[in-house]
Design a protein around this ligand. Structure first.
Ligand code: IMP
Ligand code: MG
Length: 182
């Protein structure tokens, strides 16, 4: 793990290692598996772009081969802060009535994206909606939204890596880095 990282003139320091991430992804996947109704074959919804890497690891740990996987895309961030407006960029064409849905998200910050997504999905009458996130910043909430399953609860600082970006960059990093404050 590199010591410091410069991205767009900002400095980041190591925060969560690849090993620690995988350990918690495994734990959260087991937690979700136990919470699902017996015999359920849920529809897994990966929220692009940020959750692609978490979702890839999570679905393999979850190990439900009958579960279908699909993708939605919402956007609210500009650089390192939330704009407060959430746009749906890629929707879901599939019929979800009566299905158990598991939303897979990278991070819950203000909770605005999560609330908008759940509101949209609920109109389509799924049997249940469960929300899984890799990271949760409870102190940033503007909605009071609390995810059902959380791998890491973290302070309200900007982070990058393992799918999370700064202006589209550094999603490839294996570890997670936090912005350095001086
Ligand atoms: P929310 O709608 O404010 O909860 O933010 C949700 C989205 O903002 C996440 O899915 C991320 O894509 C992005 N986001 C929030 N915090 C961070 C961060 O620290 N680093 C990178 N992206 C973030
Ligand atoms: Mg996201």
């Amino acid at each position: 793990m590199d010591k410091e990282l410069k991205v767009n003139g900002l400095t980041f320091v190591p925060y969560l290692t690849e090993d620690k991430i995988h350990q918690e992804v495994k734990r959260v996947a087991a937690e979700v598996r136990e919470a699902l109704p017996a015999g359920s074959s849920p529809l897994l919804l990966c929220v692009l772009n940020g959750a692609f890497m978490f979702a890839a690891d999570f679905v393999r740990e979850l190990g439900l081969s009958d579960a279908k996987i699909n993708f939605v895309r919402y956007s609210s961030y500009d650089g390192t802060s939330s704009t407060g407006r959430v746009k749906e960029i890629l929707g879901l064409n599939e019929d979800i009535e009566g299905r158990d849905i598991i939303i897979i998200e990278d991070i819950v910050d203000t909770g605005l994206t999560a609330c908008k997504m759940i509101e949209d999905l609920k109109r389509r009458k799924p049997a249940s909606i469960r929300f899984v996130t890799l990271l949760h910043k409870p102190d940033s909430t503007k909605t009071g939204f609390v995810p059902d399953h959380v791998a890491f609860s973290i302070p309200p600082k900007f982070i990058i890596g393992y799918g999370l970006d700064l202006d589209g960059k550094v999603r490839n990093l294996r570890d997670i880095y936090v912005i350095k404050e001086d």
